[in-house]
Ligand binder design. Structure first.
Ligand code: 9MR
Ligand code: 9MR
Length: 615
């Protein structure tokens, strides 16, 4: 097969995701999937005018139904534009075919929706089914027959990496193999990583737990048994939990068996030639960092066609704490649904936590080819998260003691933005949602700090031209995931307080990823007039090879990345784009247009939450 990099520009255009020509961007942009008639409504116009401009909202019959003047935001660093904001929240009549006009500029027609249709939620969750490893993807459960595929990596059995790494260090391997079949592929690659699998599972299970604890009937119905296209539907268990359990079973399988000794790096002790010094430890209960290919496979490579040997990579403290956190969460959530599974999860969680406490400094900092690093030198947040989940589930004094000693519990340290490597806020969200084991004063402090965090996000909204609750100087890898993770905090802040500003900020975040951005782009496949179509993905690789499918609907692009512009496409854009515009719809652009489980999970969380609001 021809390597992607050699395809000419013309060939790329001819084989792009679909043959339908793409609509041109508009000057007035807004959520391309429409807005809730009952919700806040904001559109953006990039225009050099210094003074407010007149805007009109016109219905499908051409009648002006609302009008006003733009709010001049002015120069906006994130977009590189001079921005006007059009707030038409006052228009509340549901209907189709509305347009906004300013002078001779006209928006695309859009709908004001009377209520949610659940489509984004279902599509965003289908992503997880379609990333499943070890099982065939059934034509009956996906939107197009060409998305069906044979099982990949069945079985996924692997021993520990026992080859030379890119620096020439030869690794010792281990005396066992594990069957780690199942789970979700991480992204465009087919590696499976405990750290990233863990936060993704947590996010889906948290979406469910929130609905259950707060008794949100509509949200529970949307993820109930039979509501989603998963093979387990009809088994009496909420479908979102079936999907999450598919990954949980994989995470549990990544735990080192009792009694096994392994040679691992501790801290960053190095010897000759910069090679890591290895120490023999009792590794039982720790979790392997990842299972992945010994070298990078090309694009496209369907999962079933991967020819490369896969290995387990040495266990890390972060992966172990991650497993402890999500297995403890599962033990709580499955307690009445499947007590035997809950029990198995709790035992694994306790073992993983104890092993991590014995070995607090095994870091994923070694570079191996063929899979991502997910290296993280700061583990205080993982300790806090795992202790929070274990304490919320068990009420054990030992976990409370770890919590109380944590700077995230005392408030000495802010929990900050949630990501695969920054998980303290996940612990705080659990303690805020399920606080029964906490003393009232502790519960109130945890909640107050989350609300204070949400306040900083709302304040960021006011500092950005496109009015999204996110204002970094540079956009990181996976910025869309970062934005939607903020929306989770905002969503829970609304749940706790009922303050409309938090809910509006969740809408702002969703509006941004669905089209209210300077590229007039919906970053979700299949949603909106100008959706992303060419993700960095080894199976949904139609742009590279017409024999492979275009992506399904509901898949979120990583989004603009102005800080780690290392792929070939991004390299050519360095210095030439404002942060929100450092993005192209190109399969080769893995720093900007890859898709992952940890970005789609907050998309699903937010879609469910907005549906729950009736938006
Ligand atoms: O897919 C790319 C692969 O072919 C290259 O060899 C590799 C070199 O670093 O970079 C790409 O790999 C990405 C992978 O598909 C998964 N996402 C991130 C990887 C790069 O960090
Ligand atoms: O999401 C990860 C991002 O935060 C890192 O900066 C980047 C480089 O290390 O890696 C990203 O994770 C990739 C992972 O290593 C392999 N699978 C695809 C992930 C998304 O590109």
């Amino acid at each position: 097969m021809k390597p992607v990099l050699f395809l000419s520009a013309l060939a790329m255009m001819m084989t792009a995701g679909t043959s339908v020509a793409e609509e041109a961007p508009r000057a007035i942009v807004l959520n391309q999937t429409g807005l809730a008639s009952a919700g806040p409504k904001l559109a953006i116009l990039a225009d050099a005018a210094a003074d407010p401009l007149d805007w009109r909202l016109v219905d499908a019959q051409g009648t002006v139904v609302a009008q006003g003047r733009t709010r001049v935001f002015g120069d906006d660093a994130a977009s590189g534009q001079h921005v006007h904001q059009i707030d038409f929240s006052g228009a509340r009549q549901a209907g189709q075919g509305y347009r906004l006009t300013v002078g001779d500029k006209v928006s695309r027609p859009f709908d004001l929706k009377a209520g949610p249709d659940g489509k984004l939620l279902r599509a965003s969750l289908s992503f997880f089914y379609q990333q499943r490893s070890g099982v065939p993807i059934a034509a009956t459960l996906v939107e197009r027959p060409d998305l069906a595929r044979p099982a990949g990596h069945r079985p996924d059995t692997a021993t520990c990496f026992n080859q030379a790494d890119p620096k020439g260090q030869v690794w010792p391997g281990c005396d066992y193999t594990l069957d780690v079949s199942g789970g979700w592929y991480d992204a465009g690659d087919q590696g499976k990583y405990v750290v990233n699998g863990g936060i993704s599972v947590w996010t889906l299970v948290n979406a469910y737990e929130r609905a259950r604890v707060l008794k949100r009937g509509r949200a529970l119905a949307e993820v109930a048994d039979g509501a989603l296209a998963v093979p387990e539907r009809g088994n009496g268990v909420p479908d979102i939990l079936d999907e999450a359990r598919f990954e949980l079973e994989f995470l549990l399988a990544m735990q080192v068996p009792e009694g096994k000794s392994l040679e691992v790096p501790l801290g960053d002790q190095k010897g000759n030639a910069g090679h890591y010094l290895l120490t023999l430890i009792n590794a039982g209960g720790l979790a392997h960092q990842k299972v992945g290919d010994a070298h990078w496979t090309g694009l496209p490579t369907a999962p079933a066609d991967d020819p490369v040997t896969r290995y387990l990579y040495y266990p890390t403290t972060a992966a172990s704490l991650n497993l402890a956190a999500v297995a403890a969460q599962a033990a709580r959530v499955w307690k009445d649904i499947d007590p035997a599974f809950a029990d198995r999860c709790l035992k694994a969680a306790r073992r993983a936590f104890a092993a991590a406490q014995r070995h607090p400094d095994i870091l994923a900092q070694v570079e191996f080819s063929g899979s991502g690093g997910y290296g993280d030198p700061h583990l205080d947040d993982e300790v806090y998260w795992a202790a929070a989940e274990l304490y919320a589930t068990t009420g054990d004094a030992a976990y409370l003691a770890v919590l109380r000693a944590s700077p995230y519990f005392t408030g000495a340290q802010d929990t900050g933005d949630m990501s695969w490597g920054s998980v303290a806020t996940a612990g705080a969200l659990t303690l805020a949602l399920v606080p029964d084991r906490l003393e009232a004063a502790d519960r109130d402090r945890v909640r107050a700090r989350l609300i204070a965090l949400a306040d900083t996000y709302v304040a960021d909204g006011g500092r950005t031209g496109y009015h999204l609750p996110y204002a970094p100087a540079a956009y990181p890898w996976g910025s869309n995931g970062s934005i939607l993770n903020r929306a989770i905090v905002l969503g829970l802040a609304y749940d706790l307080t009922g303050k409309a500003a938090y809910r509006a900020a969740v809408v702002d975040a969703a509006d941004y990823v669905l089209g209210r951005n300077p590229l007039d782009r919906s970053y979700v496949t299949g949603f909106g007039a100008r959706p992303m179509r060419n993700p960095h993905h080894r199976f949904w690789a139609r742009q590279a090879d017409a024999r492979y499918p275009a992506p399904p609907a509901g898949v979120l692009s990583g989004g603009p990345n102005s800080s780690a512009m290392t792929d070939a496409v991004a390299q050519g854009m360095r210095g030439g784009c404002a942060p929100q515009t450092c993005w192209v719809d190109d399969l080769r652009a893995y720093t900007m247009n890859e898709v992952t489980i940890n970005w789609n999970a907050p998309l699903a969380w937010v879609a469910l939450w907005l549906d729950d609001m009736g938006f």
